[in-house]
Design a protein around this ligand. Structure first.
Ligand code: 2IT
Length: 447
C-alpha cells in the first residue's frame, strides 16, 4: 500500500471533505511501514475497507422554536467500523457539522476505541443544530425530534451514542426519554453519559479530562518530568476543559488560561475551584462566551478578544476545544513563550504543521486519540455496569480509568519507540489501534 495512491483515490471519491482526508492521511502515513510488512493485510484490502464507513444514516430533523417558528436541521449517524465491538461514539451538535467532520471523527474513534482495551467499534453522529442562544425547552424539543429518527438505528449491542461538543448530560437525558418512549424498553445501555441516578457511570462527565491528565502524567514521568507547579494553558471551557482543569489543579499544576470562540481569559494566579465550577454555568447558559469568566471574576481573569490560549506563556498546552484549533504559527508562538509539551485533548486539535513543528523541535507531543480516550473508555465502563445492572463507586471507576490510561500509554511506547529512543506518540497510537482493528477484520473474513 502506498499512502499517496490511497489518498488520491479517496480524494477523488470524496472531493472537498478536507477534515476526513486529513484524518485518514495522518493515520495512513504512520502505519504504512508496518502495514507493508503484512502481505495478508494487503491481500484482504484492509486499508481500502477501513477508510470507508460501514454505513451512513442521514435524516431531516424538524422542530418548533420558542417563537413558534418551524426549524429544520440535518441529522446523521455514521457507523464506521464494527470489527472489535458494537459501533460506539459521540453525537456532536454544532452549526459547522457536515458529513466530512463526522467521518473524520468516526474514523478517529475506531482507532481510539481500539486503544481503550475495551470491545467497542467506531461511530459518530450529530447535527448542524446550533445550541448557541437556545433555551432549555428548545434544546429538549430538538433532542426529542432528533431521536424520533435516530432510535431505530441504535441499540445496546448495535450502536451506542454518547455526548461530544454541544451534547452533555442534559441532552443525553432528553434523548434517552424519547428513545425509551419509542422503543418501549428501559434499555439504559443504548446511550452513555446518562444521569448517575438512572444508569450513568459516576465520573463519566469528568473522565475525558481526568484521563487526559493521567496520560499526561505518564508521558511526563517517562520523559523524567513532573506536572507540579507547571503552567498549563488550555482551550475551551466545556465539559472536557472543565475535567482537565479540575484534575490539573488537583495535581498541583497552575491553569493560567482558558479560551472560547470570542477570545482568551488569562488567569495569572491560576484557576480557582470557584472558577472551575463557573465553567459549568457558562456551558449551561449556551452563550458560548469565555468573557463571562472575566465578568464574574474581575481582577482575577483578564479577557482579551480575538486571542487564543496559545498566546499565553505556559509549560504545557492542552487543546480541549475543536479540530484544527492549534496551527503551526500557534505552535511557534507556544515554543517562543517557553512551552515544552502539548497533549492534544480535542479530536485532531492540532493541524499537521503544528504536530510536525512540535516533533521537529523536540517538544513532547501526544495525539488526541490516545490522550482523550478516557472519555469513551468510561463510556465502555458505563456499558458494562448497565449490562450487569450494577453501579460502581467513584473509586472503582477511577481505578479502572487509571489502569486504562496507563495501558494506552504503554501501547504508544511499545509501537512508537524509535531507533534513537525517542517516543513518537502519533505513530505509537496509530499503529497500536490499527493492528487491533486490522487483525479483527482479517479474522472475520471479507465482508
Ligand atoms: O470523542 C469522543 O471520544 C467522545 N465524544 C466520547 C464518545 C463516547 O462514546 O463516549
Amino acid at each position: 500500500m502506498k499512502t499517496a495512491d490511497i489518498m488520491a483515490n479517496l480524494a477523488a471519491k470524496h472531493p472537498g471533505e478536507n477534515e476526513y482526508l486529513q484524518a485518514v492521511q495522518e493515520v495512513l502515513e504512520s502505519i504504512e511501514e508496518v502495514y507493508n510488512q503484512h502481505p495478508e493485510f494487503e491481500k484482504a484490502k484492509i486499508v481500502e475497507r477501513m477508510v470507508e464507513p460501514d454505513r451512513i444514516f442521514t435524516f431531516r430533523v424538524t422542530w418548533v422554536d420558542d417563537k413558534g417558528d418551524v426549524q429544520t436541521n440535518l441529522g446523521y449517524r455514521i457507523q464506521f467500523n464494527s470489527a472489535i465491538g458494537p459501533y460506539k461514539g459521540g453525537l456532536r451538535f454544532h452549526k459547522a457539522v457536515v458529513p466530512s467532520m463526522l467521518k473524520f471523527l468516526g474514523f478517529e474513534q475506531t482507532f481510539k476505541n481500539a486503544l481503550t482495551t475495551l470491545p467497542m467499534g467506531g461511530a459518530k453522529g450529530g447535527s448542524d443544530f446550533d445550541p448557541v442562544g437556545k433555551s432549555n425547552d428548545e434544546i429538549m424539543r430538538f433532542c426529542q425530534a432528533f431521536m424520533t429518527e435516530l432510535w431505530n438505528c441504535i441499540g445496546p449491542d448495535q450502536d451506542i451514542p454518547a455526548g461530544d461538543v454541544g451534547v452533555g448530560g442534559r441532552e443525553i437525558g432528553f434523548m434517552y426519554g424519547m428513545y425509551k418512549k419509542l422503543a418501549r424498553e428501559y434499555n439504559t445501555g443504548v446511550l452513555t453519559g446518562k444521569g448517575s441516578t438512572w444508569g450513568g457511570s459516576i465520573l463519566r462527565p469528568e473522565a475525558t479530562g481526568f484521563g487526559a491528565l493521567y496520560f499526561t502524567q505518564h508521558l511526563l514521568e517517562t520523559a523524567g518530568k513532573n506536572i507540579k507547579d507547571k503552567k498549563v494553558a488550555l482551550s475551551g471551557f466545556g465539559n472536557v476543559a472543565w475535567g482537565a482543569a479540575t484534575k490539573a489543579k488537583e495535581l498541583g499544576a497552575k491553569v493560567v488560561a482558558i479560551s472560547g470562540p470570542d477570545g482568551v481569559c488569562e488567569i495569572p494566579d491560576g484557576i480557582t475551584d470557584e472558577m472551575i465550577d463557573y465553567m459549568l454555568d457558562m456551558r449551561a447558559s449556551n452563550r458560548n462566551k469565555v468573557e463571562d469568566m472575566a465578568t464574574k471574576f474581575p481582577g482575577k481573569a483578564k479577557f482579551t478578544a480575538g486571542k487564543k490560549a496559545w498566546s499565553v506563556a505556559c509549560d504545557i498546552a492542552l487543546p480541549c476545544a475543536f479540530q484544527n484549533e492549534l496551527s503551526e504559527d500557534d505552535a511557534k508562538e507556544l515554543e517562543k513563550n517557553g512551552c515544552w509539551c502539548c497533549c492534544e485533548v480535542s479530536n485532531m486539535g492540532c493541524q499537521p504543521g503544528a504536530i510536525h513543528y512540535f516533533q521537529s523541535k523536540g517538544i513532547l507531543f501526544a495525539p488526541g486519540k490516545a490522550v482523550n480516550a478516557g472519555g469513551v473508555a468510561t463510556s465502555g465502563l458505563e456499558m458494562t455496569q448497565n449490562a450487569s445492572h450494577i453501579s460502581w463507586s467513584a473509586k472503582e471507576v477511577d481505578d479502572k480509568l487509571h489502569f486504562i490510561m496507563q495501558s494506552i500509554h504503554e501501547q504508544c511506547v511499545k509501537y512508537g519507540t524509535q531507533p534513537d529512543g525517542r517516543i513518537d506518540y502519533v505513530k505509537g497510537a496509530n499503529i497500536a489501534g490499527f493492528m487491533k482493528v486490522a487483525t479483527a477484520m482479517l479474522e472475520q473474513g471479507i465482508i
